[in-house]
Design a protein around this ligand. Structure first.
Ligand code: ADP
Length: 246
């Protein structure tokens, strides 16, 4: 579903991604972990092209985009990748002046050109899925952080994306609200939606990931199943990162 090949990203002189190669299979959940500043968020943003890679190849579904110093993909190719990728942000990024229902309907209405009736059926179904049917007509500020993030997930799913990218979806939440968001993410994963998740929640990585990817200083240190990464890896950088958490 996703293939990144020899991806590089620099911000001016600062090289943030250095030759990243990653494959995400259809229907799988890939969890990216690693020290702060290692490039995890930038990697995610390069997949849906909120950041443009400096060099490399980004493939999402049937789209294949090549970036190099003298080649940039067309606007249309970029839009097609964005259409296939839903994003859940650390700070929810809901529209504050719209109700929960309107937030979820917005993408189907404006991007997918669904009718109001269709968009409203989609939104009702998704709000039921994330357990927020009764909040449909409230505004984001009337909701807890956990509830707002569940709306964020419903909104991403409403775009019928091929893959959903989660950028530290629980880092802004009070600890007691983390569980309800992880529970919804687990359900989404179990439905076979392709997911890439940047998170500090190691329990989620252990239980839900098909593949765990360790990043450090802009590179992928190693990747493997949760049991390999958490129990068997002898890589010094992996071990040192995991030790720093306990
Ligand atoms: P992580 O998600 O692993 O914490 P990030 O991808 O957020 O890492 O950041 C990696 C590095 O890139 C950091 O040094 C950060 O300061 C830098 N960086 C991220 N975004 C920008 C930007 N828009 N401009 C300049 N530097 C950035």
């Amino acid at each position: 579903m996703i293939q990144l090949t020899q991806l590089h990203k620099s911000f001016g002189e600062l090289e943030v991604l250095n030759d990243v190669n990653l494959q995400v299979d259809k229907g799988s959940t890939v969890v990216i972990i690693g020290p702060s500043g290692s490039g995890k968020t930038t990697l995610l943003r390069c997949v849906n092209l909120l950041e443009m890679p400096t060099e490399g190849i980004v493939e999402v579904g049937a789209s294949r985009l090549v970036f190099s110093t003298d080649q940039q993909p067309s606007k249309q190719a970029i839009l097609s990748v964005r259409r296939q990728t839903g994003m859940v942000f650390q700070n929810y990024n809901l529209f504050p002046h719209m109700t929960v229902m309107q937030n979820v309907m917005e993408g189907p209405l404006t991007v997918l050109k669904r009718s109001k009736a269709e968009a409203s059926v989609i939104a009702e179904e998704l709000l039921k899925k994330v357990g927020l049917s009764e909040k449909a007509h409230q505004y984001p500020h009337q909701l807890s952080g956990g509830q707002q993030q569940r709306v964020g997930i419903a909104r991403a799913l409403a775009m019928e994306p091929e893959v959903v990218l989660f950028d530290e979806p629980t880092s802004a939440l009070d600890p007691e609200l983390v569980g309800e968001v992880l529970k919804v993410m687990k359900e989404v994963a179990s439905e076979g939606i392709t997911m890439v998740v940047v998170t500090h929640e190691m329990k989620f990585a252990r239980e839900v990931a098909d593949k765990v990817v360790i990043m450090d200083q802009g590179s992928i240190v190693e990747e493997g199943t949760p049991s390999y990464i958490f129990e068997q890896s002898t890589n010094t950088r992996t071990r040192s990162f995991l030790r720093s958490l306990s």
